[in-house]
Design a protein around this ligand. Sequence first.
Ligand code: GLA
Length: 748
Amino acid sequence: MIIEENAVFHLYTEQYSYLLKINQYGIPEHLYFGPPVQTTDAAALSLRPGLGWGSSVLLEKGDPASCLDAMALEWSGSGRGDYREAPLELLGQSTDFRFTGSRIIEGSEPMACGLPQAHGGSQTLELTLAQPGARLKLYYTVFPTALVRRAVLENVGDAPIRLGKCMSFCLDLPGSSTMTSFHGGWITEMGRRDTPVQEAKVVCESRTGASSHRNNPGFLLSAPGANEEWGRVYGFNLIYSGNHYASAQRSLQGLTRVMQGVNPAEFCRELTPGDCFETPEAVLCVSDGGFGGLSQAMHRFVMEHIVPPYWKNRPRPVLFNSWEGCMFDFNQRRLLELAGKAKNLGCELFVLDDGWFGSRNDDHAGLGDYTVNRKKLPGGLTGLARKIRELGIDFGLWFEPESVNEDSDLFRAHPDWALTDDFSPVYGRNQLLLDLTKQEVRDHIVENVSNILDSAEISYVKWDMNRHSIALGSKAHDFILGLYEVLRRIFAPRPQILLETCSSGGNRFDLGMLCFGPQVWASDNTDPIERLRIQNGYSYLYPQSTMGAHVSAAPHAQTLRATPLSTRGNVAFFGCLGYELDLKHLLPVEVREIQAQIEFYKAYREIFQFGRFARTETGWQVSDGETTLVGVFHTLTHAAPGYEWLRVRGLENRTRYQVASLSQALRIGQFGSLLKHVAPVSIDPNGQLLRIADRHVTLPEGEEVLTVSGGALESGIPLPPLFRGTGYDKGQRNQGDFGSSLYIITEC
Ligand code: GLA
């Protein structure tokens, strides 16, 4: 809801209030963003500058309350006395936008430029500000758990305007804070970093052309002392997939200025009379329930208002992906064999990854030529898809339509379609980007991909992009607008196709891409111990249903780490589960274990994908209010471990719950010569007998079922002992390094 009273605007839902006022100078001042308050609190929430600060520059001689530098603002300009960072720069000019009017709009105000928008907002406040020759509109759209802001600058004069920077929002929050942001690179996405926000500015930005795995656009600002369950935390994210910029900086007055938008680095756009520039939408959330509360607000917003409506709360299939198992080396027979095995394991979708087209036998050639390779697939895609679907499993396909290899028919026919600058080309993974700012390039991609999608029964697309850009400034932005046009034209008429986007894993994990495809391949790193950190990082801002999470082979391709299959499953359960390994080499015990994993996941899939998520001391939990699933994860084992407690959040104190562990199997081979302690006969740890037994026999592990009150579970109940070197017992958790357990908690 939005209320206006005496130049105060109150935007509120059950979760938050956002208050701003237009002051006597026509400047929008920020009053409040936090849990619900009342419109009449505006006066009490207004800052009082008193006699002001020394060396202030004033809008009105003698009035310390006219010092822009000391105000908490909703927006600012340059050259008028606010010396903090400005959200808007018109090259070489001062800016001084003042309020001229407002409008309350039902729903959202549609954008003209083709940027994706959050859907289902209740109301929008439009503030109009103006200075000679230019009009600025600030939009605030209300969603139940988030406020979405954006800005539009319009040239209403008769001379061109040179725009150097226009952020989506700017805001001055009270008090000090810490910025939590997420950084990394290929196979090491989303490392959490906490940086105190002081007078030296903290910046989180991308310049690679994509939102990037270096610096994800989502970030948080937390008050001192905030933890998972308590304290004020603000969350911000941008509905954008290109170069982004965010900054936070503390002022002398103790305000934190925060802003976010398209990266102004090298950005320059000339607006001729009548032209306008629309920023992407930025998402703002707040919670007094700590990082956990903030994540839940963000998750709800993304699930309800970002992902395509068709996929809202729609269960995602358990998939098998051919990449790690086959790479480029496959033919129809091998794929059908794999699809049959995947079906037998319980998978519902078979995804053929890279290598099915043109001369794509490695990553040096073929990108751009989406004509099926008949040597590998004599029946074409139509034939392959039909045969795979006859096995009772759906079919999905990989594309990388934004790129081209020089060694491709497409490049030979259209060398001018590659994105170039005035220098010799630079390569990423041996490829160039296509220039998506050109209409004929966009038309080609749309036609080519659409024809393939319509030529066979394809229910899923993995849309990859594996190199950084060379487009600078305004062109980088136009490239992203081109990409959005292409995605919209291909997928809007085919909403039932599940689109999973990917950029060497999580190099473009952002809300812009999620508006087109509801899930993103979170990382090429599927080592579960690495995934604990990577998925944990994503979980601050993105719900589990947005993360592709696969079980792969051990030892792992990127870390050489050997981990138990149970832990690989337990970690991947907290996302959209898939399998990505060569199924030919699975042992009978592994086949049984994977079948059990998939059966278990399917039984609880809605909770894993869409349930309320929390980070806990020992791992993660998800809940639909009736059933809670808790993962307890270990990394390196230490000798003589102490007790460990299971703490569960969000239960009813007086209700009784059943706690059951997911039964897991221990491979006997992992015990080597230790088996002599439990086996009735002596067994050679390197012998044939143990090798054969290991293929077929497993040991039960740490199984238990008990009932207990919600109150006791909230405080924590002791878990079965961990192995301590004092003997084998089947009630014990004999897990060793990288072990994990999963508990199912249901009301009795
Ligand atoms: C990227 C993706 C992988 C896989 C390969 C195929 O690296 O992240 O998942 O699709 O490309 O070339």
